[in-house]
Design a protein around this ligand. Structure first.
Ligand code: NAI
Length: 689
């Protein structure tokens, strides 16, 4: 039974028990059980009050999001809440932990709400590209006013119980046992049934709707404006409002944006699971971390560790570099205090957990070492060989390398099973992506510990096997290859950037590389020219680099940066691009925005599917998480391989074959997985299971 019924005098207590978050699952019969237990209470003449509570840590965190992919379970939830609200006997909701989404809609159907002080209440549907679909848009504004209700629904952020009390969302806040308080609240006395849905439309409706329309978020698909539409549609006829909400909910559920946002939400959790490893595998405790190298990455990594409560010992050979790193860390913490993210005491505590040193001996007590020294094999192996002689035998050795072969680094030390890659992205304290690189000999508990560390740092950690560029940079290279070809064929930088930004990239590729530093890509292309002579790049970008135009840091790159950060197109570069095309005998043609998006997206998809096929990524969704959190791919677009499923394997095969028949068709050898899935007539997402 997922609902436990107990009697307390004339009061019936129904305790919902369904998994860790008391999700309102339809598939396993939980929602039906609640309804049946509730109706039994209504039938029972000796019961006069019904209290609904949640077992475990939460009242209820809402619908089971995985079920939305199969059916519109809001239909079932709507029926449940409508029947509860209609009850002739008073219904009291006992809320602890959290009442979120469908969980709060369930609570709104009760006639009274008692909450624990630590409880959070919210309607986060907007972050999944949805509107609350079980009466939330109609009941919450009636109960607390349209203004506050819109704020809660549009932000998607939960509020604390005390604020909920002020707003009238809950009737009582208690510090102790919330169930006892709810039983007490009802007593056996005749509380009147009080139905939220029978309240009149809120007085502030028109003003609140106008104000909300003035500052709507443009992300999250159509969900924000649709939430406002639902509120605007509140009239004295509750049923009409509920029908409107049900209609728009069903439409949003089928939208690309909601599918993508749900994929992202679930994917962030899925990426943390390592196939084949027991979830309860004992991890190595990590509290003290050594960071070697106090450059850009080492400093950012140290800040991320300190902010997550860890102790950091930084070893940097040069005193001046160490002082500089320490200075940057101090400034970062001071900025957090200034912006009121943390208190001054907290900043002091974080700084007190940092020690700088210039000799490896300082690393004796650490649980984990992360090296972020120069990107040279000989330097990295020498560092780790020196380190392994001073740390404990069970301490983990991690490399932040972005391009070197992790297996070679691991083989340089006595015990390669303790070596793992921790590929942070710059700035390491800000970027959410962490590629955890699994070497051929990395021990399972080392890999699992690295993933757990990623979570503790607030990162989205994704496992990658060893290959050049790992998941993200390897795909990005094929994307950039198309960008530079597009330039020589007829597109200009601003057209490429605008087309891709309109489609959903946070920043176009020309601007991105100007920001990262064009010299980095130039070095990679030079290396590739000897490694892969049969896979040439357009030379147009090297011409720009040869002018010393490396982007923002030199004030000029593909664009001009007169005031430091804002790019403006440069006629000199336009002339250079046109000259280059003429020089290689190419007649420039008009290139559509659609072609730009098509080629850049398909390049990502094709390489991403190759990476999944080779087992470098465990699942397609892992590739998507890398692009969402490390490369500015719009969350509303779900990721390159979410897009691959929108196209479908057979159509993808056709489009890639068409590109393969065109100019530089060699770059379009299709990933073998495309034919495999087309033959099976299966979606790539089936590989996520
Ligand atoms: P950096 O040049 O800014 O910093 C390297 C630091 O290591 C310098 O301060 C240097 O004095 C110190 N160092 C060199 N040898 C040392 C040794 N034997 N012992 C102690 N300290 C030593 O380089 P950056 O950009 O921080 O990169 C470091 C590593 O991170 C490289 O492997 C790089 O590929 C990787 N990486 C860099 C990213 C970036 O965006 N810059 C992104 C992801 C990874």
């Amino acid at each position: 039974m997922s609902v436990v019924a107990t009697r307390h005098g004339a009061t019936l207590l129904l305790t919902m028990e369904n998994g860790a978050v008391n999700a309102l699952s339809v598939a396993n019969g939980h929602v039906r059980s609640i309804l049946e237990a509730f109706e039994a209470g209504l039938q029972d003449a000796t019961c006069s009050v019904i209290v609904i509570a949640g077992a475990g840590s939460f009242f209820c965190c809402g619908a089971d999001i995985t079920e939305f992919a199969r059916r519109n379970i809001a239909v079932d939830l709507r029926d449940l809440v409508n029947r509860i609200e209609a009850s002739p006997k008073p219904v009291i909701m006992a809320i602890h932990g959290a009442a979120l989404g469908g969980g709060l809609e369930l609570a709104l159907a009760g006639h009274y709400r008692v909450a624990h002080r630590a409880a959070r209440l919210g309607l986060p549907e907007v972050s999944l590209g949805l509107v609350p679909g079980a009466g939330g848009t109609q009941r919450l504004p009636r109960l607390i006013g349209a203004g506050p209700a819109l704020e809660i629904m549009l932000s998607g952020k939960p509020i604390q119980a005390a604020r909920a009390k002020t707003l009238g969302l809950v009737d009582k806040v208690v510090d102790g046992d919330v169930v006892a308080a709810a039983l007490d609240f009802g007593g056996d006395a005749a509380l009147p049934a009080r139905r939220t849905g029978e309240l009149p439309p809120p007085n502030d409706l028109a003003n609140a709707v106008t104000a909300a329309r003035g500052s709507l978020r443009t992300t999250l698909g159509n969900a924000p404006q649709t939430i406002v539409d639902c509120v605007e549609n509140i009239t004295s006829d509750l049923c009409a409002g509920l029908a409107y909400e049900a209609g728009v909910f069903a439409a949003l559920l089928l939208s690309e944006a909601s599918g993508a946002l749900r994929h992202a939400f679930l994917g962030e959790r899925q990426a943390a699971r390592i196939p084949g490893l027991p979830r309860d595998l004992p991890l190595r405790p990590i509290e003290a971390v050594g960071v070697i190298g106090g450059g850009t990455m080492g400093t950012g990594i140290a800040i991320a560790l300190l902010n997550a409560g860890l102790t950091v010992t930084m070893v940097e050979l040069r005193e001046d570099a160490l002082a500089r790193a320490q200075n940057i860390i101090g400034k970062s913490l001071a900025r957090d205090v200034e912006k009121r993210r943390i208190s001054a005491d907290e900043a002091d505590a974080r700084l007190a957990r940092f020690t700088g040193a210039t000799a490896y001996e300082a690393l004796g007590p650490v649980d984990l070492v992360i090296e972020a020294v120069f990107e040279e094999m000989a330097v990295k192996t020498a560092v780790l060989q020196a380190v392994e002689t001073v740390v404990r035998p069970d301490a983990i050795l991690a490399s932040n390398t972005s391009t070197l072969d992790l297996d070679r680094i691991a083989d340089a030390v006595a015990d390669p099973s303790r070596v793992v890659g921790l590929h942070f992205f710059s700035p390491a304290n800000i970027m959410r992506l962490l590629e955890v690189v699994r070497g051929a000999k990395t021990a399972p508990d080392v890999l699992a510990t690295a993933m757990a560390l990623g979570k503790r740092l607030g990162k989205v950690a994704v496992v990658s096997g060893v290959c050049d560029g790992f998941i993200g940079n390897r795909m990005f290279e094929e994307y950039l290859r198309q960008v530079w070809f597009l330039l020589e064929e007829g597109a200009l930088p601003q057209q490429i950037d605008t087309a891709l930004e309109r489609w959903g990239f946070a920043m176009g590729p020309c601007r991105t590389m100007d920001l990262v530093g064009q010299d980095i890509g130039w070095a990679i292309r030079q290396r590739r020219a000897t490694e892969q002579p049969d896979r040439p790049y357009s030379g147009v970008i090297d011409r720009i680099c040869a002018l010393g135009r490396f982007g923002q840091k030199t004030g000029k790159g593909i664009y001009l940066y007169a005031d430091g950060r804002l790019p403006s197109p440069d006629p000199e570069i336009e002339a250079l691009i046109l000259d280059y095309s003429a020089e290689i005998g190419l007649t420039r043609r008009a290139i559509s925005d659609e072609e730009i998006v098509e080629r850049c997206l398909l390049a990502l998809i094709n390489e991403g599917l190759r990476i999944v096929g080779e087992g470098i990524a465990y699942r397609p969704v892992d590739v998507d998480m890398v692009f969402l959190h490390g490369y500015g791919f719009a969350r509303e677009r779900g990721g390159p391989l979410f897009q691959a499923d929108r196209i479908g394997a057979p159509e993808l095969a056709r489009r890639i074959a068409a590109l393969a028949a065109g100019r530089n068709g060699w770059a379009w050898a299709p990933a073998p997985l495309i034919a495999t899935m087309a033959d099976k007539d299966a979606a790539f997402s089936t590989l996520n299971a």
